[in-house]
Design a protein around this ligand. Structure first.
Ligand code: ACO
Length: 323
């Protein structure tokens, strides 16, 4: 049986850190409000001239180095972003050129905060089908460029960053057959467009637009859908929540993450939390959280990881990965 086995990961955050206190000087908010409602203390913001592809390239280089794999050996890049450098071509092709990858294909997927789960699932399918043999999966965003910095209900929630993962198709035998991506579950429900969207785009307004969100509505859907999709992905494998070593969730709001953890019966120290330092980096948040916990030694080989996320669309999903 062919499995998509994880070979390495990497992350990159822009140098500039913006604290809640700094934001409170620009919009009518406070550190207390932001921390109480979301758990966020700070976020990283890309510099002028620093694009999504630049963040993605740095995270990818680190992931390849961690994996010990040369870019010329890759034959697939799937990059999740809702903030591409340009309307076209795919930001993934910029990453491809910068890394020096010449084989196979590089393309973007767009599922906002669920983007990394979607990208991982697509790469996993292409590896398992034999279409590709070594894949780079990237989540990269510069949400600071689509925020209305006068809207306190949204601008305090997001940050910029990128995370990447290298996967290789391996014929598993014995215990090794149980490593890699074990299962994915993807969902979307386009009826909920109006609670989370960007009010612009090349076909409608010819502008980029700004993020608009009815936070409370998104919150309700997040709690319900996360519980359901987590159960679904576990059912696919016959594993239970007791088997999970680490929950690596999309980092939108600590309260949503705590709720999912409680439903799974997971102790707080089994949940990777980076929302305090990174805020919501959309498609980058899961691979950034993963990279944080791998590099600080919490996540170890053979640990069972549950990745999950929800975002605009609404689109949501979960993956079970044996590290
Ligand atoms: N500072 C101070 N007060 C604020 C701020 C702020 N930054 N923002 C809003 N408020 C005020 C509101 O005006 C409101 O005041 P009022 O009661 O006088 O009208 C009050 O705070 C409460 O506002 P709510 O929006 O009801 O606050 P809530 O408790 O729902 O928290 C939040 C808002 C943090 C956005 C929460 O709803 C949330 O996290 N939602 C989920 C977001 C999410 O998960 N997104 C994931 C996907 S993101 C993507 O896909 C791109």
């Amino acid at each position: 049986m062919i499995r998509s086995v994880v070979k390495g990961c990497g992350g990159y955050l822009p140098a500039r850190i913006v604290t809640n206190e700094e934001l409170a000087k620009k919009v009518d908010t406070s550190d207390e409000w932001i921390q109480q409602r979301t758990g966020i203390k700070q976020r990283h913001i890309a510099a002028e001239g620093e694009f999504t592809s630049h963040l993605a390239i740095k995270a990818s280089e680190r992931a390849l180095e961690h994996a010990g794999i040369d870019a010329t050996d890759l034959d697939l890049i799937v990059l999740a972003t809702a903030t591409p450098d340009e309307t076209f071509p795919a930001t993934a092709t910029r990453v491809q050129a910068a890394l020096g990858m010449r084989n196979g294909a590089a393309f973007d997927v767009q599922a906002v905060c669920a983007g990394f789960i979607y990208a991982l699932s697509v790469a996993d399918s292409l590896l398992k089908s034999g279409t590709a043999s070594k894949a780079l999966v990237v989540g990269a965003e510069t949400f600071s460029r689509i925020l209305d910095w006068h809207d306190r209900s949204t601008c305090v929630l997001f940050g910029d960053g990128a995370g990447a993962m290298v996967l290789a198709a391996e014929e598993g035998t014995g215990a090794s057959a149980d490593r890699g991506v074990l299962a994915n579950a993807l969902h979307s429900d386009g009826r909920h467009h109006d609670i989370l969207y960007v009010d612009g785009g090349p076909s409608s307004t010819r502008t980029t637009g700004f993020l608009r969100m009815e936070g409370r509505e998104v919150f309700k859907h997040a709690v319900v859908n996360m519980a359901a999709v987590v159960g679904e992905v576990l059912d696919k494998t016959g594993l239970t929540s007791k088997d999970i070593d680490w929950l690596v969730p999309h980092q939108a709001n600590k309260r949503i993450i705590d709720g999912t953890g409680r439903k799974l019966g997971l102790a707080a120290d089994r949940i990777v939390l980076t929302v305090d330092k990174h805020a919501n980096t959309s498609a980058a948040s899961i691979p950034l959280a993963l990279d944080t916990a791998v590099k600080d030694g919490r996540i170890k080989r053979d640990d069972l990881l549950l990745l999950e996320g929800i975002g605009g669309g609404l689109a949501w999903g979960a993956s079970l990965v044996r590290w």
